[in-house]
Design a protein around this ligand. Structure first.
Ligand SMILES: Cc1ncc(COP(=O)(O)O)c(C=O)c1O
Length: 466
């Protein structure tokens, strides 16, 4: 291996880029030909947000590993940014999809297993009533519409640094000087003034939350129980009990977006911590990675939703898409709830995540680096700051984009995939102790390489550039 200790930080970056190019001729060639028919050379432009000099093309993904077009095997700790949290193509899921594929894909009518899948949803997540969507973005959009419809209130409340998908109302930021809502400057084609109908408050700040709710016009607080998209920011002890009570006191609904925080425990964070949301959204991994999202709600919400729908004129509700709840997805959902969302799987994920967290923390301490590992169940993040952040501003203040990108590329070049946008690692039921040992060993090498060159203080970088 190259003696990085004698190189500058920039030289390490250069070496890693060259190393990627030299070892990925097939991906480089595929990137060139895809360029002809795809904007930015990829089917979805975010796929270029990885730190590699060219896109990594995937030949095969199974369990916790992924093999690229050049035949390199990676221990996958990105897991499709949570879509494959239970591993790639788990056997019971693949079998259920294959079975259903011969029996009809979509009919705009419920398949015979709909009731059974509904019961599994209720048992897994603890809410009695459910609706389906194709993505968590859609599910969040639909829940916001329901919340406004049933409360008759216009305002939404979100946390600074939030990400709930491609949901226009939530693509806003907080002006750090005034606390006012700003349109998120990176959002394309924005013409509506969402800042007029969405308030943004810092996470872990009960006074700010109360001030925003006190005006009596907030339909709902839409929140992840811990921020996962702007660094991993856990709630402070007691925060949610009081935040929940404030919502209740001021007549605002509490919508819990568990799309990422289902990594916490079986049934998600809210269930594990008794948060009792009015609505809950789960996407990505809920059906093992097949496009599917669900939103659950209490019986009280169901009654208010039925009233709102029945009172509305005939016609489009603005909620739903043609393929939502299709037969293929429903089959995948049922199989996933039966075979993947299990206590045994979570025991494996959480146990191994603890080993990884300990291994990383010990190495950081031994190297004397001012870094932190923050874990939420099976998910953890390597944070280039001395302690776990309290809110999005903490993350902005400590962001080290270049070091983060180098960490990704360095790991990728040695067969370990981290989640791009931030240094998130997720442990699946298929992840092995060997995968964890491999990541830790590459981390040892990276620490050695950086020892002499801790890297420049890079400017703040948003959680994702997509
Ligand atoms: C918390 C949360 N909610 C919703 C979404 C949107 O999911 P999707 O892109 O599958 O619509 C994401 C995506 O990262 C997310 O992290």
């Amino acid at each position: 291996m190259t003696d990085f200790a004698t190189e500058t930080f920039q030289a390490i970056q250069h070496t890693e880029r060259e190393r990627f190019i030299a070892s990925h001729p097939q991906s480089m060639a595929l990137a060139r030909s895809a360029q002809q028919h795809y904007l930015f050379g990829v089917p979805l432009h975010w796929m270029r947000d990885w730190p590699s000099p060219a896109t990594l093309f995937v030949a095969h993904a199974q369990g916790a590993s992924l093999t690229c077009a050049d035949g390199v095997r990676y221990a996958d700790f990105c897991l499709g940014d949570t879509g494959a949290m239970f591993g790639h193509s788990p056997a019971p899921l693949a079998q259920a999809i294959a079975r259903q594929a011969e029996r009809g894909l979509t009919c705009m009518l419920p398949a015979t297993n709909a009731a059974a899948a509904g019961e599994l949803l209720a048992n897994t997540f603890g809410l009695p009533m459910w609706q389906m969507a194709l993505s968590a973005s859609d599910a969040n959009r639909f829940v916001l519409r329901w919340a406004r419809a049933i409360t008759g209130r216009p305002q939404l409340l979100v946390f600074d640094g939030c990400y709930h998908g491609a949901v226009d109302d939530t693509l806003v930021d907080m002006d750090p000087m005034t606390g006012h809502t700003l349109p998120r400057s990176s959002v394309l084609g924005q013409v509506h003034n969402h800042a007029a109908f969405t308030r943004v408050v810092p996470f872990n700040d009960l006074d700010a939350l109360e001030a925003a709710l006190k005006q009596g016009d907030v339909a709902c607080l839409l929140a992840e129980p811990a921020l996962t998209n702007f660094g991993l920011v856990p709630p402070e002890p007691g925060y949610w009990e009081q935040a929940r009570a404030l919502c209740h006191q001021h007549g605002a609904l509490f919508v819990c977006d568990e799309t990422h925080t289902i990594s916490t425990a079986l049934g998600g964070y809210a269930r594990a911590h008794g948060l009792e949301p009015d609505f809950m959204v789960v996407g990505k991994a809920v059906a093992g990675g097949l496009p599917c999202a669900v939103y659950g709600f209490t019986q009280a919400m169901a009654e208010r939703m039925a009233q709102a729908k029945n009172a509305a004129p005939e016609g489009h509700s603005g909620i739903g898409t043609t393929l939502a709840g299709n037969a293929l997805t429903l089959a995948a959902l049922q199989a996933s709830l039966e075979h993947l969302h299990t206590a045994a799987n979570y025991a494996h994920m959480l146990g191994l995540a603890t080993v990884l967290e300990k291994g990383l923390s010990e190495r950081i301490a031994a190297a004397g680096q001012p870094w932190t590992v923050t874990r939420l169940g099976a998910r953890m993040e390597l944070q280039f700051m001395p302690k776990t952040p309290r809110n999005a501003q903490d993350v902005r203040d400590h962001a080290q984009g270049e070091l983060e990108e180098l960490t990704h590329l360095y790991m990728l070049n040695r067969g370990v995939l981290l989640t791009p946008f931030h240094s998130m690692m997720l442990v699946s039921p298929a992840t092995t102790l060997g995968d964890v040992a491999r990541l830790l060993s590459v981390f040892d090498d990276l620490l050695a390489a950086l020892r002499a060159h801790p890297g420049p203080q890079a400017p703040a970088r948003a959680s994702r550039s997509s």
